[in-house]
Ligand binder design. Structure first.
Ligand code: ZN
Length: 405
């Protein structure tokens, strides 16, 4: 029992710290008082590798005043100390003085710690207590098959508990290997091997977008007609409002298009997870929409909707397929970088074709993007928070350094 309790406590603590670190990262990204190099150092301190565990000494150093320094960080000791002091302040704010754990409202039980029995119609659970041989017996409100690890939740202000059984959808063991994907508008996405998933998607999206644009224009005309008639012929205006400007039919129609697109997105992810069983998936961080956000010719409403749904589906499926640590990565310049010689140039990409201006490498533009996005998973220098322009500097510097060697 103490092992489980300790594990539970450590898990809670670690989660609390990871959440705080995420919050601090956001604050650092928005902090305007730092020069690039100071930001770089701050992110280095907060960095956690995709594989393996965090180097907690870096976090510790923020609080102990000990000096730690990584490679490639061009900042003197007093600069580093300034950054750590800032982080310490921000952590204090985020954590609220010092980390606090509220009184436990729930605890975990493994199958050895409880027994379920019933008398007549009523079901009971007997839970082991800290006194050897003594059990707490709780009558249950319903009858249910109870097995596996449970969580007992103490309800506030009630002399009652809830028993949580995990009835997760079937969860698959984690896969291996890393996959990069490039979200598209003709297919749902292309992976780093160049495979295109669901090329029927483009047509479905286009139809939905055309429908919405066309309807929008027609409705605008009807609204104008309605406004003109409001004074002269109020009865007619009312008729237009009721029969031509309602939402019921529009909703039904939209639903039909929406479901078709969602189906394609679902199928695409199913195919990806079944065929490649990835352990990690790298994809463009969609929280800052840029570049492809204004997808060629698609209505804005449709492209925003599409991104939201795709992200949601990806997160859900990743959970079921035990994909470790989702990989939203900084995809700046990923479509312009040559995967062979790493030269970065907007002219490397021409529509669907990638052709490197330096080494002549030719390939599918979406695949190139997926490969580069995958590479960013382990990039300690280009993180999600590295500013757009800085990314180009880093990439070009690497290109020239490689040449010099
Ligand atoms: Zn090249």
């Amino acid at each position: 029992m103490w092992k489980l309790a300790l594990e539970d406590a450590l898990y809670t603590l670690e989660r609390q710290w990871e959440a705080a670190i995420e919050a601090v990262k956001d604050l650092v990204a928005r902090h305007e008082g730092f020069v690039e190099e100071e930001k770089h150092y701050a992110f280095w301190l907060l960095y956690r590798p995709r594989k393996g565990s965090r180097d907690w000494r870096r976090i510790q150093a923020i609080f102990t005043g000990e000096d730690v320094k990584g490679q490639n960080i061009d900042l003197d000791a007093s600069g580093r100390s300034r950054v750590r002091k800032y982080l310490k302040r921000v952590f204090r704010r985020v954590l609220g003085g010092r980390p606090r754990v509220r009184q436990a409202r729930s605890f975990a039980l493994d199958p050895q710690m409880y027994r379920v029995f019933s008398t007549g119609k009523r079901q009971y659970i007997a839970v082991a207590t800290l006194t050897p041989g003594e059990r707490a017996v709780i009558p249950l409100a319903g009858v249910h098959a109870i097995s596996g690890n449970l969580r007992i939740v103490l309800l506030p202000d009630e002399r009652a508990v809830e028993i949580h059984i995990s009835l997760d959808p079937q969860v698959y063991p984690p896969g291996e290997g890393e996959v990069g994907i490039d979200l598209g508008v003709t297919e749902v996405f292309t992976d780093d091997t160049g495979r295109k998933y669901r090329s029927e998607y483009g047509e479905a999206l286009r139809e939905m977008s055309d429908y919405i644009l066309d309807k929008g224009r027609k409705r605008q005309k009807l609204w104008a007609l309605y406004r003109r008639n409001r004074e002269e012929d109020p009865a007619r205006a009312r008729r237009i409002r009721r029969h031509n400007l309602g939402f019921a039919k529009q909703h039904r129609k939209h639903g039909k298009y929406r479901r078709r697109c969602e189906n394609e997105i679902n199928r695409a992810f199913n195919e990806l997870f079944k065929t490649r069983r990835p352990g990690v998936i790298a994809y463009e961080d969609l929280s800052h929409l840029r570049g492809k956000a204004k997808s060629r010719g698609l209505s804005r409403k449709v492209s925003l909707w599409m991104r939201r749904i795709t992200k949601e589906r990806l997160e859900y499926k990743s959970c079921i397929y035990s994909v470790a640590d989702l990989g939203p990565v900084n995809a700046a310049y990923a479509s312009q970088e040559c995967p062979v010689c790493h030269w970065v140039d907007p002219q490397n990409r021409n529509g669907d074709v990638f052709k490197c201006r330096k080494c002549g490498f030719t390939g599918d533009a979406d695949q190139v993007n997926a490969v580069n996005v995958k590479g960013r998973l382990h990039d300690e220098e280009i993180t999600r928070y590295t500013p757009y322009r800085k990314v180009k500097e880093i990439l070009l510097r690497r290109y020239y350094e490689k040449d010099a060697v």
